[in-house]
Ligand binder design. Structure first.
Ligand code: GDP
Ligand code: IMO
Ligand code: MG
Length: 442
């Protein structure tokens, strides 16, 4: 049995989809545990390209079961389209299971996401407008609708009727917009529930059984640690907990069942949407990173801001999540640079600091302090082993390991499946005490 949690260690889009797709080859289950269709995880195969928003990036393997856990918020319409598209591409989706406890993103969540953003004006979060924030608000306000609720026509109607009265007051009286129709939403969402019924299941029971059958489980995070609701660059964050500590809750697993926590970092850094980014570059270097890395959003197509690797933020994330290892993606994007910079500290109001300040004003005032290393200026996309990497690339990787205080277990050099250098097997089973096979503590 191995349970491995994979999480984004920057501002999202680190390449989680590509890495989870590769690691899923050895997994019996892949589980999404937070976020919603704000996520966009791209996977590139010889046979085609896939962009996953809600479906876990393990669905391409015929023997891997995929679970959308209770911690995810689900737009059923989007999910149905995603399933249909996969089916058109010849992918078997019968092994996709949805937690009955996962919350539903309702039409008023989409609407409020847009109206709230418009009301924020210049201070807008730049959300993906997928209704994620308002859906998590309702979950925590105890006014959410869960997948299981969609299945009973009468109780669904009663719940929706009560919630919609309150939402319509907000929509009409605060935002001056026309109210939403109970009949329309009830009919449409009941139908979505029926369409998804074959996939809705008691997923924590499935995972609990899997634990004791010694199965291998991969937990797939969405977004990244710097977008976390507690530790991210608040308020320019997403509305879920992206930390590894939440992976167990969002999947429905005991916290101590997680054997390993792996953080994915890009070899540089990107951010899409508003909020401070100390190493963000607006000049030619930033554009070169953007163009070479094709840094445009998988979900919204928006341009991502690019900058040098921020090891201050990187170490903050490694420490908070107790990362066992890091996986570095997009090393190939740096192939052309004569020199490469790494941010090792910030200067804040004349003082040198090595941690991420809590307030937005301090973070915005941080000046990055850089160390410069030699580039390798050759093509790394065909490299298959660590030894083959150019000396300067190894030097860069060693320096990042030192700064993150975390070993780098894999290095990705292309979007293509298989173009990943393995240094350590992150899926290897941990040591067990053979005397107590059913005891998950170690
Ligand atoms: P995610 O949200 O973390 O899954 O990342 P995205 O899929 O949104 O964005 C990462 C992008 O980088 C995708 O287009 C991937 O195909 C691509 N990608 C992943 N790994 C590599 C790599 O090692 N090299 C290059 N050049 N592209 C990569
Ligand atoms: P993946 O899983 C990058 C950003 C949005 C916005 C902020 C809040 O592909 O890495 P939200 O819609 O969540 O309320 O938006 O978070 N954001 C992401 N940025 N990758 C993502 O997901 C993101 N999901 C949300 O741009 O700034
Ligand atoms: Mg993405």
């Amino acid at each position: 049995m191995t349970v491995v949690a994979i999480m984004g260690a920057q501002w999202g889009d680190e390449g989680k989809g590509k890495i989870v797709d590769e690691l899923a080859m050895k997994a019996n289950f892949v589980v999404r545990y937070q976020g919603g269709s704000n996520a966009g995880h791209r996977v590139v195969h010889d046979t085609g390209e896939f962009a996953f928003h809600l479906v876990p990036s393990g669905i391409l393997y015929p023997n891997t079961s995929c679970i959308i856990g209770n911690g995810v918020v689900i737009d059923p319409k989007g999910l149905i389209s995603e399933i249909e598209l996969l089916q058109e591409q010849g992918i078997d989706t019968s092994r996709l299971y949805i937690s009955e406890r996962a919350h539903v993103v309702m039409p008023y969540h989409f609407l409020l996401d847009r109206l709230e953003e418009e009301a924020r004006g210049a201070d807008k979060i730049d959300s993906t407008q997928r209704g994620i924030g308002p859906a998590y608000v309702d979950k925590h306000a105890r006014t959410g609708i869960r997948m299981a609720d969609l299945l009973n026509v009468d109780t669904f109607r009663a719940k929706l009727s009560q919630i919609l009265q309150q939402k319509n007051r907000m929509i009409t009286q605060i935002y001056g917009q026309p109210p939403l129709s109970l009949e329309e939403i009830h009919g449409t969402y009941f139908r979505y529930g029926q369409q998804l019924l074959p996939h809705i299941a008691d997923t924590q029971k499935m995972l609990h059984d899997a634990l004791f059958e010694n199965k291998t489980i991969l937990l797939e995070g969405a977004q990244g640690a710097l977008l976390d609701i507690d530790f991210g660059t608040y308020p320019f964050v997403t509305s879920s907990s992206t930390m590894a500590a939440h992976a167990a809750v969002g999947a429905g697993l005991p916290p101590r069942s997680i054997d390993r926590v792996i953080g994915i970092y890009k070899a540089y850094i990107t951010r899409v949407g508003s909020g401070p980014m100390p190493t963000g570059l607006f000049e030619a270097v930033g554009h070169e990173l953007r163009d070479r890395g094709h840094e445009y959003g998988t979900t919204t197509g928006r341009e991502r801001r690019c900058g040098w690797f921020d090891a201050v933020a990187g170490r903050f994330v490694a420490q908070l999540n107790g990362l066992d290892a890091a996986i570095l993606t997009k090393l190939d994007v740096l192939d052309t640079f004569l020199t490469i910079k790494i941010c090792t500290a910030y200067s804040l109001h004349g003082k040198i600091i090595h941690s991420l300040p809590a307030t937005l004003s301090d973070l915005a005032a941080c000046e990055p302090l850089y160390e410069e290393v030699e580039g390798w200026q050759c093509d790394t996309t065909g490299i298959q082993s660590y030894d083959e990497l150019p000396y300067a690339a190894k030097n860069y990787l060693n320096r990042l390991e030192e700064l993150l205080e975390t070993p780098i277990a894999m290095i990705s050099v292309s979007p293509q499946r298989g173009k990943t250098i393995q240094v350590q097997d992150v899926m290897a089973p941990p040591e067990h005490d053979a005397r107590y096979p059913r005891n998950i503590m170690r």
